[in-house]
Design a protein around this ligand. Structure first.
Ligand SMILES: Cc1cc2nc3c(=O)[nH]c(=O)nc-3n(C[C@H](O)[C@H](O)[C@H](O)COP(=O)(O)O)c2cc1C
Length: 141
């Protein structure tokens, strides 16, 4: 799947199958996260096997289920943090789509589980992106 096809087929997915990321798929996603971090100076982290962030009232209200993996978009506080997270996060959701995964940007309807990622001094968690094998491909029913 090329990037244009990934853009066309990607929709937000909030219900996921209760299965972990496959090993090679996870390695490819981690490699893309690494190159995003190197290019941008962000501190993006992949969180896996962590079901609590999406097991809250807010997450269920937001219709999420089966989420145990997500990407934490973290970086140095500053005027360009949101723009950088938007650009590199979009690169990651498209990469995930190419890898057969589904995603959803989430700013509000989750709980911050502080032990799941590292926020260094001067950094901030901007937004997270749920990632996994969707029960559907999103879009209109
Ligand atoms: C910056 C940003 C924050 C978002 N925060 C949430 C959120 O907290 N909860 C949620 O369910 N969806 C959230 N979304 C996902 C949007 O609701 C989603 O993009 C919208 O439903 C469009 O769906 P589509 O991707 O299927 O076109 C967010 C999207 C963006 C871009």
């Amino acid at each position: 799947m090329n990037l244009t096809e990934a853009m066309k087929s990607r929709h937000s997915v909030r219900q996921y199958k209760d299965i972990p990321l496959e090993r090679d798929t996870k390695a490819e996603l981690l490699a893309e996260i690494d190159s995003c971090n190197q290019e941008s100076g962000l501190h993006i982290q992949l969180v896996t096997n962590e079901p609590k962030a999406f097991d809250s009232f807010m997450a269920h209200y937001g219709k999420f289920s089966g989420v145990s993996s997500y990407i934490a978009m973290i970086g140095k506080k500053g005027p360009d943090l949101e723009e950088k997270c938007g650009y590199y996060g979009e690169r990651l959701v498209l990469k995930a789509q190419q890898l057969g995964l589904n995603t959803c940007w989430v700013a509000m309807t989750y709980s911050k589980i502080k032990s799941a990622f590292t926020i260094s001094e001067g950094e901030k968690l901007c937004i997270v992106i749920s990632v996994g094998y969707g029960k559907n491909q999103g879009g209109l029913p």
